[in-house]
Design a protein around this ligand. Structure first.
Ligand SMILES: [Fe+2]
Ligand SMILES: [Fe+2]
Length: 181
């Protein structure tokens, strides 16, 4: 009879390694991504979220005209959700032993999305849609990069990606509604 394939590579070895480098916390020798790259990419995603918070906040307070109130409410909701994403990403960065970069200097360089103020309500919504589409594409790439090597970061970015897709849909719906008004 064939011996059963062990599920784990070597539990004795895993137990031994777990006692080494305990200062790394959640990051074990089995961590399969390039940690520096992951931390850089997560900090870029953090910058992207922070820029999105600032843009949605500006839009929330600058929304004028007919249907401004409901649009402003939507901007406020998105700003809060982007802030929650920023917090989640910053939390993961520290869990991986890195430092979340909140430095306003260079924020736009680190961010994937842009900050465009926008004049009219329609311009604002269009800029938000563009920013969401940038985030969707770059986060999809991050998810593919993380793959099976860092499932926790990947799951986090997948959840955030799904939210950005909802945001894009919301902005498109607003554009269509304004077109009909
Ligand atoms: Fe976000
Ligand atoms: Fe978003």
């Amino acid at each position: 009879m064939q011996p059963k394939q062990p599920f784990l590579s070597d539990i004795q070895e895993i137990r031994k390694r777990a006692r080494q480098h305990m200062e790394r916390g959640a990051v074990t020798d089995g961590y399969q991504c390039d940690l520096d790259t992951v931390l850089r990419v997560l900090n870029e995603a953090l910058a992207t979220e922070l820029v999105c918070v600032l843009r949605y906040k500006r839009h929330q307070f600058m929304a004028r005209g007919l249907s401004a109130q409901s649009v402003s409410d939507e901007f406020a909701e998105h700003a809060a959700e982007e802030q929650a994403h920023a917090d989640q990403i910053a939390g993961r960065i520290t869990q991986l032993g890195g430092e979340p970069d909140f430095n306003p200097a260079g924020l736009l360089t680190r961010s994937h999305s842009e900050y465009v103020a926008g004049e009219t309500l329609l311009e604002m919504i269009k800029e938000d849609l563009v920013a969401e589409r940038i985030a969707i594409e770059s986060y999809s790439e991050i998810v593919r990069f993380l793959g099976d090597a860092d499932p926790t970061s990947r799951r986090l970015m997948e959840e955030i990606l799904a939210k950005e897709e909802e945001h894009a849909e919301d902005m498109l719906t607003l554009i269509e509604r304004l077109g009909k008004a």
